[in-house]
Write a protein that binds this ligand. Structure first.
Ligand SMILES: C[S@@+](CC[C@H](N)C(=O)[O-])C[C@H]1O[C@@H](n2cnc3c(N)ncnc32)[C@H](O)[C@@H]1O
Length: 240
């Protein structure tokens, strides 16, 4: 997969691309990430890419002609162009799975006051990482790239993400490691006996319990298996 990120601040991505799982995925050709500076597409000698808002007001607005030229120079038929905006569709794991199937995603970062409204006409999708406002689209672009890259083949093992929260519509079960006893609190016995049938049942039940207690909305539209239904009924009685 190819990820292209259009930004006014390319250096913000240095740490993100040079550490841990993302660095390994790039080194192993699982993903190719290209950071593109808007300034290349400025048409004045001072490399200006933004201007003051029409009608007055604070901040600077990224110009639509600059973004148009950047898109024309960097996007083709297989590019899926996403605009980073707090006004967009709320990003979630289902969108992550969709993006992970694309050949190429292009993430457009605003900064300061944002971008000219006409930019919306050039994109396939508008994405928000939550109901709050950041100074720029760079952190959303990193969050989206990170969540997509970890789902790509050979980035991490499938077993590392298949039970993670949201992947299958539930929150993950509680995790423990050694020491087995710490300050009077112990690891549940079932996780220590090596019986994988019991461990799997415990994990499914605790995953359902966490979801029921913390995010009951996730269970509302879920089609439960017979086993999930049985476990959820047990949980409801236990939590009464
Ligand atoms: C200060 S914000 C501009 C906010 C804009 N004036 C508004 O009220 O909708 C600057 C840029 O940061 C990015 N941004 C800020 N918050 C975001 C969020 N929650 N999700 C995605 N992008 C965000 C967008 O690219 C945005 O253009």
């Amino acid at each position: 997969m190819k990820i292209k990120i259009l930004t006014l601040f390319p250096d913000m991505f240095n740490g993100f691309l040079s550490e841990s799982i993302i660095k390994r995925a790039i080194d192993n050709n699982v993903v190719d990430v290209e950071i593109i500076d808007y300034r290349i597409y400025s048409n004045d000698k001072h490399n200006h890419v933004d201007d003051t808002p029409c009608g007055g007001g604070a901040g600077m607005v990224i110009r639509c002609d600059v973004i148009d030229r950047a898109i024309k120079a960097n996007c083709g038929d297989s590019s899926y162009i996403c605009l980073m905006t707090p006004q967009g569709e709320r990003y979630n794991e289902e969108i992550t799975k969709e993006l992970a199937k694309k050949d190429e995603i292009v993430l457009i970062c605003g900064h300061y006051e944002g971008f000219d409204e006409r930019v919306r006409g050039y994109v396939d999708r508008e994405l928000s990482i939550g109901d709050y406002v950041l100074t720029g689209g760079e952190i959303p672009a990193m969050a989206i790239s990170d969540s997509v890259i970890r789902l790509l083949d050979n980035a991490i093992k499938e077993e590392s993400y298949k039970d993670d929260s949201y992947f299958n519509g539930l929150l993950e079960y509680p995790q423990y490691t050694r020491p087995v006893e710490y300050n009077g609190k112990t690891v549940p016995e079932v996780l220590l006996n090596g019986n994988h049938k019991l461990i799997n049942e415990y994990r499914l039940k605790e995953s359902l319990r966490k979801t029921y207690l913390r995010r009951p909305d996730l269970l509302e539209n879920r089609v439960l298996t017979k086993e999930e239904e049985r476990l959820l009924n047990e949980i409801k009685k236990e939590e009464m």
